[in-house]
Design a protein around this ligand. Structure first.
Ligand code: ATR
Length: 279
């Protein structure tokens, strides 16, 4: 039986997901299909029913459907509920189940890139941004046991909302605090990890203007922006000796559990796959 899955969004033409899942389907010889289906927000409810009736295993969702899908599901993973977004829907005999694999993807990318335990990075983390992507990143960090986190955002109100929503995921005595944009550079003192979750530094976007002067040189710096692969932030971090992890891996690893849900095979993220997507 052919297993079917798809990515829904609007616009969806530029999504890398069909390429990514298509590569794995071929590589593992899985009898399956993965397509992009243009779906406007007002079509989402109908589209999910259609896919379910046509025997699809599930689907991925892009912004803004990730948030809009919540009330349409029969079950939502608690972390996805706290993040407020679902990027993977799985159709089961018990109904449509929603997961968020972005938090996993973010953490797995860092683990894959770091020899040894990642706990040394999790002592004092500074996260720039408080949007949808930041929520998944912070959820992943909290679930992995981050001890102290500062959320720096232009709108501190939005950062406060993020902290309230994700507090339920904190383990033990984890501390979460909010800081304004003008405090960002001060917050880098003693930080063990710095993450950019905003679109600043992306192609056609303004750069992220942040002096790394206060950041210890043994801190890890990572960016969720992957176009360009080496953002201005990563270039300046690398130049001063910090370890850096680029954002493409998060995209690859978030797809790993989705592929497993859809096709029953756990795929590997390899250098060959990375190279194909960089192209
Ligand atoms: P995503 O889902 O990709 O995270 P988003 O929810 O729109 O997108 O969030 C964008 C993030 O980038 C926010 O943290 C936003 O800051 P505000 O909450 O203050 O808007 C941040 N951002 C975008 N453009 C920015 C800019 N020019 N300066 C500072 N922060 C910016």
């Amino acid at each position: 039986m052919t297993r079917k899955a798809a990515v829904l969004g609007s616009p969806i033409a530029h999504s890398l997901s069909p390429k990514l899942h298509g590569y794995w389907l071929e590589h593992y010889g899985v009898e399956g299909t993965y397509e992009a289906i243009e779906t406007a927000p007002e079509q989402l409810a109908e589209r999910l029913k259609e896919l379910q009736n046509e025997g699809y295993s599930g689907c991925n969702l892009t912004v803004p459907l990730k948030e809009q899908v919540l009330p349409l599901l029969d079950w939502i993973d608690p972390a996805a509920q706290a993040i407020g977004a679902v990027n993977t829907v799985v159709f089961t005999p018990d109904g449509a189940k929603g997961y968020n694999t972005d938090a996993f993807g973010f953490m797995r990318n860092i683990e894959a890139d770091s020899p040894g335990s990642i706990s040394r990075w999790l002592k004092k983390v500074v996260v720039i941004g408080a949007g949808g992507a930041a929520r998944a990143v912070v959820a992943g960090l909290l679930e992995s046991g981050a001890e102290h986190m500062t959320i720096v955002n232009r709108s501190t109100e939005r950062a406060g909302a993020l902290v309230s929503a994700l507090k339920p995921l904190t383990k033990g005595a984890a501390k979460l605090q909010v800081a304004g944009w003008d405090q960002a550079e001060t917050m880098l003192r003693d930080a063990t990890m710095l993450v950019n979750t905003t679109s600043l530094g992306m192609l056609h976007q303004p750069p992220l203007e942040l002096s790394l002067e206060n950041l210890p040189t043994d801190a890890l710096v990572t960016d969720i922006v992957y176009n360009p692969l080496e953002t201005g932030l990563l270039a300046s971090a690398r130049a001063r000796g910090n370890s850096v992890v680029d954002g493409l891996g998060m995209l690859l690893y978030q797809a790993q559990p989705a592929f497993e849900y859809f096709y029953g095979v756990t795929p590997d993220v390899t250098d060959e796959l990375r190279a194909q997507l960089v192209e």
